[in-house]
Ligand binder design. Sequence first.
Ligand code: GDP
Length: 213
Amino acid sequence: MLIKSAKFVKSAVKPIHYPDTELPEIAFAGRSNVGKSSLINKLLNRKKLVRTSRTPGCTQTINFFEINNELMFVDLPGYGYARVSKEVRKQWGPMVEAYLTSRENLRVVVVILDIRRTPTSDDMNLIGWLSSKHIPYLIVLTKADKLKKHKQKQQKVKIAGIIGVDEKDIPRFQREPEKAKKNCGKGYWNIAGEKIIKSSEVCSPFSETSAST
Ligand code: GDP
């Protein structure tokens, strides 16, 4: 997809704060520090539209970005960061659950995992919960540059097996290197971007057809 415009619209903690729009939404979820901001920024060709966090776990709002006046990217707060207070952790569930269960614009949730790590219980809880609610999701594995190619493949197969999806349906991703080797990772960005957009073309989890399946 050619990005002609990408802009931050608003932050929300409650449904009443969500933007008043009918544009389809792609939500991004993942453990704090997994590389979610880097992924969204790169997909949008922006260096800093989404703040990459130096303090993991500090973003505790749902952030909406409008792309090309065609669709919205929704950045859900990262989960599982041990050093946030209990109070903050308690808010995460209801805030995100309210969005995922009530937002009619939602088409797909991109669940972001670190290619080097076995999915945590938080990751598995989210994936299991999305399945139980019939909310479509797509797994993306970040930080591919941290592993050699053959190790990437091994991890992809292993993670796909744990989750129970086809490894061919899992794109890899890596952030743009800060220096030298610009465009290193372009193949991954393109494939991940295409799969994400394609996965958002499925019908809404709230539509009658998908409710009946
Ligand atoms: P978020 O908390 O999930 O939004 O994660 P960020 O995008 O802020 O990234 C967390 C840290 O991981 C930062 O130090 C990033 O520079 C680093 N990071 C993110 N993506 C990659 C990647 O693809 N490769 C490498 N090597 N580091 C990454």
